[in-house]
Design a protein around this ligand. Structure first.
Ligand SMILES: Nc1nc2c(ncn2[C@@H]2O[C@H](COP(=O)(O)OP(=O)(O)OP(=O)(O)O)[C@@H](O)[C@H]2O)c(=O)[nH]1
Ligand SMILES: [Mg+2]
Length: 193
């Protein structure tokens, strides 16, 4: 079902978004690879990617079928984004994440090489406090030397109280783990809750 994803709408006010039947979203620090992963999952370029962080400034909604959404969110932790936009980030993202009745999963992206940053663990704790569904995805796995990958995956999982196999380990540029994640997203968007 992810082969025919189309851009639907961009919003800064989550209150303006209409209802969906099912949706999944992607959160993480700026530059972690959210937009790139979304493009890889869909097999074509949809979301804007940039060499400079802070590219995604709005809630960008993509449709994978009638009222089935994939939602690309602006990243956190990028200081160069103008102050007023940074101030708006919190209410915008929090409003979105807490306001969606059919949000099936929030994929929390962590840079595989860098590991979780304090802002990542803060976001994770906040999701738990809100009782929202989350899943950890380590991105840019191609950047981790293969001799270190096993230990790094274990260490990242440990920070979130998980086993290595509980986190997705992906590389959008090399295609690693993408098929598995596609299957997972398709299931989330089609299942009867
Ligand atoms: N090596 C490698 N680089 C990647 C991968 N995925 C993304 N990148 C690069 O990381 C940079 C940021 O990617 P984006 O997808 O724009 O990141 P984002 O999380 O959407 O960033 P914001 O929109 O600023 O929040 C780009 O230069 C990508 O090419 C990957 O799997 N491997
Ligand atoms: Mg982006």
């Amino acid at each position: 079902m992810l082969n025919h994803v189309q851009y639907l709408i961009s919003e800064t006010n989550p209150g303006n978004l209409g209802p969906s039947t099912a949706e999944v979203s992607f959160v993480g620090r700026s530059n972690v690879g959210k937009s790139t992963l979304l493009n890889a999952l869909c097999g074509h370029v949809l979301a804007r990617v940039s060499k400079t962080p802070g590219r995604t400034r709005m809630i960008n909604v993509f449709s994978a079928g009638k009222d089935r959404w994939l939602v690309d969110l602006p990243g956190y932790g990028y200081a160069v984004v103008p102050k007023n936009e940074r101030r708006e980030w919190g209410p915008m993202i929090e409003g979105y994440l807490t306001g969606r009745a059919n949000l099936r999963m929030i994929f929390c992206l962590i840079d595989a090489k860098v590991g979780p940053t304090p802002l990542d663990t803060q976001m994770h704790e906040w999701l738990i406090s809100q009782n929202l569904p989350w899943r950890i995805v380590a991105t840019k796995a191609d950047q981790v030397r293969s001799s270190l990958a096993k230990k790094q995956r274990q260490d990242i999982a440990h920070v979130f109280g998980l086993q290595p196999n509980d986190i997705a380990w992906v590389s959008a540029s090399k295609g690693l783990g993408i098929q598995e994640l596609k299957t997972e997203v398709s299931r989330l968007l089609t299942s009867q809750k």
